[in-house]
Design a protein around this ligand. Structure first.
Ligand SMILES: Nc1nc2c(ncn2[C@@H]2O[C@H](COP(=O)(O)OP(=O)(O)OP(=O)(O)O)[C@@H](O)[C@H]2O)c(=O)[nH]1
Ligand SMILES: [Mg+2]
Length: 360
């Protein structure tokens, strides 16, 4: 999973990046001012399962974070490395500034997170409109000069792109509008930015850390739409706490009135926006977290683990992680009739512990 951290100048993008990566896998600098870091998702459920089965190896989910330089400065479209990273990203985290601080230069008109969100959304729409228009021009030629088969496919694409164009012109980000699987597939390779799920991350000042929950509820009411979410974080505080020993960090949190588990929550929100569910395999050699798109079957989950396991699928033994913990072991779960046997078509639920029986 690749997440691009974006936003206006000096909104705190790099600080958010540090807050999310420090102590969770470490960061590596990339080329052209882009920072790339891998976060091992700190999922409490996984660690408890690993302890239960005394796993020799624990493998959390990994999320790649890309900290980009400010985009759309003076209306310029993203170019080079940043454009590539953006078009490959699975989701965007838009960092906007809500902290007041004299020594950090402000945009004209002062600190105004809502204005910044609107301006950024407008840039995304404009960017996508450019992509769609260029594609339509190309298609127009292909449709006129193409063979009958090509012409038909071309005309279908033209119809879709015209629909997309009118959505963009009406100021509607595509992420909330295009849901049909065939349409999504047809649009997948164009790098349309407003089609990507987006989390608005409001970067508040230390003085407001105690009210983060309240402020977050306001923003969620405003921006919570299809595949769009909002979260609040005091990035500077979180970046500093992430580098402290856990006991000291907890002490500071109490003093500041700051809640716990901000990184976990932001990552969980992203998972939600991406429509992913997490399942686990709990072996004593390795206990591991996996993701599949919501609505995936046991057979698809098996394929995620290994194509051989998918090919030789016989059945799956399934139990939710908390029930397994409560019962203490797979043996106890089976004795209580709580270890279910499921077939290929079973729809995987978030938090399932799955053991696939297969033969090759
Ligand atoms: N008080 C306070 N200062 C912050 C916070 N987040 C960022 N800053 C400060 O704001 C300045 C800019 O932060 P960066 O994280 O570098 O911002 P950026 O968006 O990466 O900046 P560019 O990449 O240059 O656009 C730094 O001096 C940070 O210390 C915050 O939550 N509270
Ligand atoms: Mg930066």
């Amino acid at each position: 999973m690749d997440i691009a951290i974006v936003g206006p100048q000096l909104s705190g993008k790099t600080t958010v990046f540090r807050a999310l990566t420090s102590g969770h896998g470490g960061a590596a600098a990339g080329a052209h001012g882009e920072n790339i870091g891998v976060v091992k998702v700190p999922d409490e459920r996984l660690f408890k399962l690993a302890e239960l089965v005394q796993a020799k190896k624990v493998t959390p989910l990994e999320v790649r974070l890309h900290d980009l330089p400010p985009l759309f400065e003076r209306g310029a479209a993203p170019a080079g490395e940043a454009a590539e990273t953006l078009s490959r990203a699975d989701a965007l985290v838009l960092v906007v500034r809500a902290f007041q601080r004299e020594d950090v230069p402000q945009a004209q008109g002062g600190v105004d997170p809502q204005r910044d969100v609107q301006a950024f959304q407008a840039e995304l729409l404009l960017n996508d409109l450019g992509i769609v228009e260029r594609r339509l021009e190309k298609l127009d030629m292909a449709v006129r000069s193409g063979r009958p088969g090509e012409r038909e496919a071309g005309e279908r694409e033209v119809a879709l792109l015209q629909r997309v164009r009118s959505l963009l012109e009406a100021g509607r980000p595509l992420r909330g509008e295009v849901a049909d699987a065939a349409d999504l597939k047809a649009l997948a390779n164009f790098g349309l930015l407003s089609l990507k799920p987006m989390l608005v991350l409001v970067n508040i000042g230390e003085d407001e850390a105690g009210r983060a929950g309240e402020i977050e509820a306001e923003y969620q009411a405003r921006y919570g739409a299809t595949r769009t979410g909002a979260a609040v974080m005091c990035a500077r505080l979180e970046a500093e706490l992430a580098e402290l020993p856990p006991a000291d960090a907890a002490e500071f949190r109490r003093e500041m009135g700051a809640g716990e588990g901000v990184t976990e929550r932001v990552l969980a929100l992203l998972q939600d926006l991406l429509g992913l569910v997490v399942f686990f395999t709990a072996g004593d050699k390795e206990t591991r977290a996996w993701t599949v798109p919501a609505g995936s079957t046991a057979l698809q989950a098996a394929g995620r683990i290994h194509t051989d396991i998918e090919r030789g699928f016989i059945r799956a033994e399934v139990i939710s992680w908390d029930r397994l913990l409560a019962l203490g072991s797979h043996v106890e779960a089976r004795r209580h009739g709580q270890l279910r046997t499921e077939g290929k078509q079973y729809i995987v639920q978030d938090g399932d512990v799955i053991n696939v029986l297969f033969n090759v």
